[in-house]
Design a protein around this ligand. Structure first.
Ligand code: THU
Length: 140
């Protein structure tokens, strides 16, 4: 992916910060998920008074996309920070990595962590979830 495409994803992920519902942690996260055919699905974190129903920004983006028939993905960009101030990289939690493992090839799916439009890091799912358990393990 070229720099222009990456920066577009960063912008879209950052734009989600305004929709975050994070009254408990104050930690706001935005995500932009790129499908293989070039569509972008965005997501924000949505917290809950009972805590465990909280949905991360990454899963919001995945579930929006899958619920509209998209199951092939190229990359996801994640931005976040306390009170929406994006100062450091926000890495996907373990549950989100597992959801990525369900739909994405760990060798090729890219995870873009951004702290700024110019400061970002591109990682692969295989690096964030080594020896991940996925659909291939369950198939006969
Ligand atoms: N969170 C995300 O949305 N994505 C991440 O990658 C890390 C954590 C959310 C969950 C919760 O609402 C808040 O950040 C603090 O953990």
């Amino acid at each position: 992916m070229d720099k222009k495409q990456i920066q577009k994803l960063i912008e879209q992920a950052a734009d989600q910060i305004k929709y975050c519902y994070a009254p408990y942690s104050g930690f706001k996260v935005g995500a932009a998920l790129l499908t293989k055919n070039g569509k972008i699905y965005t997501g924000c974190n949505i917290e809950n008074a009972a805590y465990t129903p909280t949905n991360c920004a990454e899963r919001t983006a995945f579930f929006k996309a899958v619920s509209e028939g998209e199951i092939e993905f190229q990359a996801i960009c994640v931005v976040g920070g306390k009170d929406g101030a994006i100062e450091m990289y926000t890495t996907p939690c373990g549950v989100c990595r597992q959801v990525m493992m369900e739909f994405c090839n760990p060798e090729t799916f890219q995870i873009i962590l951004a702290a700024d439009i110019e400061k970002y890091k591109v990682l692969w799912l295989k690096d964030l979830l080594p020896m991940g358990f996925g659909p291939d393990n369950v198939k006969k």
